[in-house]
Design a protein around this ligand. Sequence first.
Ligand SMILES: [Zn+2]
Length: 292
Amino acid sequence: MKSLICVLFLCQALIANAQSHYQGPIIDMHVHVAVLPGESGNLGAPNTILDILPLLQPNHMSNAGIITIAHAGNMTETRSRNDSLLRLHELLPQLIPICSVHPMDTTAAWEEMARLKSKGVDILKLHPSAQHFDVAAPQVAALAEKAGDLHMALLFDSYSPEDANELGKLMMLAINHPNTQFILAHMGFVHFKELLAIQAWKRYAWYKNNIWMDVSAIAPIMGGNSPFTAQIRWVIRQIGVSQFLYGSDFPLFTFKESIAAVRRMGFTPAEEQKIFHDNALRLMYLTKTSQK
Ligand SMILES: [Zn+2]
């Protein structure tokens, strides 16, 4: 009898735990996929599409934003990378191609952006520290303007250990290009509190709410059981949960651990639904339909 009561309590606890979290489909907007020979494993674990695909369904992932990162001065390779993502998207439409160009390739990069948009690409990945450029460079501003003209969102890595002002530069880039949607990956990571400026900017008519953030890396490293969890959750709620996207940064973090980390951050199921799914849909709809 005693053991039956224990089992009943355990079942109740499991049901309560399941009900306290969003259980629907998950859209991961930050998945690094290897597309060139020798690239798989460079981020710590195998990450060809064949490594990724079997993991989608067990983790309730309906869509994955697959990312590549372009190198400067090699447009042949850049186009090849981007074409690889386009082919994967053609074969498996649940994969969202997040292609890349390098801002210092200027006109060639802009031509590539137009080509990609004509093939249905709506998001580009830029990584200032990995691609070795300064966010304040005029070529980056030119690219951001072009992205707005094409209705493309820019997914920027938003943390550099070498440039303490990088997050501020990204936020100013977004203000100066209000028709372009910006996604700040890792929500500034250790600089996350600086994002609170957005809460103040929202009071001004000139602020177009064009800054989105993903919780990749910051959730598994600083969410969950860290002393920063409550601060990060508070910052997200102050800015507005509707601006935050889920991303795993696979293969740096497994899908399982990054999803679990977000669930440990103390959001309501309704907030989790926005972060894990609805906000990404809204952003993608915006890039398909927004008019300058
Ligand atoms: Zn990443």
